[in-house]
Write a protein that binds this ligand. Sequence first.
Ligand SMILES: Cc1cc2nc3c(=O)[nH]c(=O)nc-3n(C[C@H](O)[C@H](O)[C@H](O)COP(=O)(O)OP(=O)(O)OC[C@H]3O[C@@H](n4cnc5c(N)ncnc54)[C@H](O)[C@@H]3O)c2cc1C
Length: 444
Amino acid sequence: MTDRVVVVGGGFGGLNAVRALDGADVEVTVVDRTNHHLFQPLLYQVATGILPPGLIAPALRSVIKKQRNARALLADVYDLDLDAKVVRAHGPDGRPVELPYDTLIVAAGASHSYFGNDHFAEFAPGMKTIEDARYLRDGILSKFEMAEIATDPQERAEWLTFVVIGAGPTGVELVGQIAELAHVVLPRDYRTVDTHEARIILLEGASAVLPPFAPKLQAYTQRKLEKEGVEVRLNTLAVDMDHESITVKGPDGPETIRARTRIWAAGVQASPLARMLADKTGAQTDRAGRIPVNPDCSLPGHPEVFAVGDMVSLNGLPGVAQPAMQEGKYVGKVIRDRIAGKTAEPFAYFDKGTMATIGYRSAVADAFGVKVTGLIAYAMWAFIHVLYLVGWGNRLGTLYTWARGIWFGHNRAHRIITFETARDELAEGRTASGRPAPIMPPPR
Ligand SMILES: Cc1cc2nc3c(=O)[nH]c(=O)nc-3n(C[C@H](O)[C@H](O)[C@H](O)COP(=O)(O)OP(=O)(O)OC[C@H]3O[C@@H](n4cnc5c(N)ncnc54)[C@H](O)[C@@H]3O)c2cc1C
């Protein structure tokens, strides 16, 4: 009988596993709680109005449509029954879905960690999903609208203060783009407010931005951000916040900053499915909630269950796209080898380097021992990211949108504010004089 392979998660790890099984004598079911394969590294461009969501989130069903032995299901997995070999999930309307398997691949990724301060989530949203990015886009753009109608200078300053917590690649990319929005793209569009006045603050608990990068690249990034008008505050932690302010503790002691926008880009926590697998196999998760796996990505005592990507700890690899993609592809090969009666080699990682954009046509890249900055790094970054986007239509669409909005002009074509989300945030805010923030049009 043909083996049934169930893949939980159609992100980088899961999709690569599915693709690696193309043509194999197996029936693959990939189950995801979203209907799309998300290219997370470009989420910040959705959040800042550069790209529309569809270009970085093609429908999973469409992505695998040519693979005859694979199907996609939209369902939220809540149980992995390793004894009965069944995955249990809820369909979109809540109905139970049961997926029996012979081989299971779990690639459920990670979400934000507020390091024990879970109440921060209400005041400083993170960015992990398309919904998060759209929510942030609404939040960021609507603050400029509020500044335009505010008459009190102090209140206007609060609407124009943006604080990003965490100076990893996501935090750096976000502040770079918010600075470009405020200082380059938007000034011509507003009549009352001068968006140059926007204050953009990047907080980092460590002593340098981009903590995993080489010191030369860190120093370049900090200089570049400061030149673009970003206030970089190192050795500084967020210790408290509410809807209108954030309290930070840095080398000069505590300080409360009035700011209507706070964005969390600091911590990562593995999917709860990692903990579930650990509980069922007697394994110990690490501080980020990741489950350790065997050198072939299988679980101890369960050679038929594999876990890959952000939710696993393997050989000290970081939670970034390349390990997830390579592990997913590798597990597909292990399954093929098993069918052919061969024993697979342990997983070996091929380090292709790291990179991050800083702002207008500028990036840092560290690949194969070569450290590059500026326009060359930006060109490398753009090439790699377009290459890894799924589908030619999305690649061409992204290139066209970048050319129109960034390379040959300063525009952001995707600046829609959908009030359903913006309303939530603004309704919580209060004007400096204590009046409630203006009410947005009601949702449809
Ligand atoms: C904002 C941001 C920027 C990033 N930038 C970069 C970058 O520049 N370079 C880089 O290398 N890496 C970057 N990363 C990290 C990279 O995106 C991840 O390492 C990678 O996506 C991990 O792949 P994965 O398959 O483990 O998880 P994911 O790609 O997150 O996929 C997990 C999938 O599982 C699904 N899922 C989760 N739980 C369930 C459930 N219970 N039921 C059903 N489905 C479920 C999710 O919907 C998702 O589709 C970034 C991440 C973020 C959030």
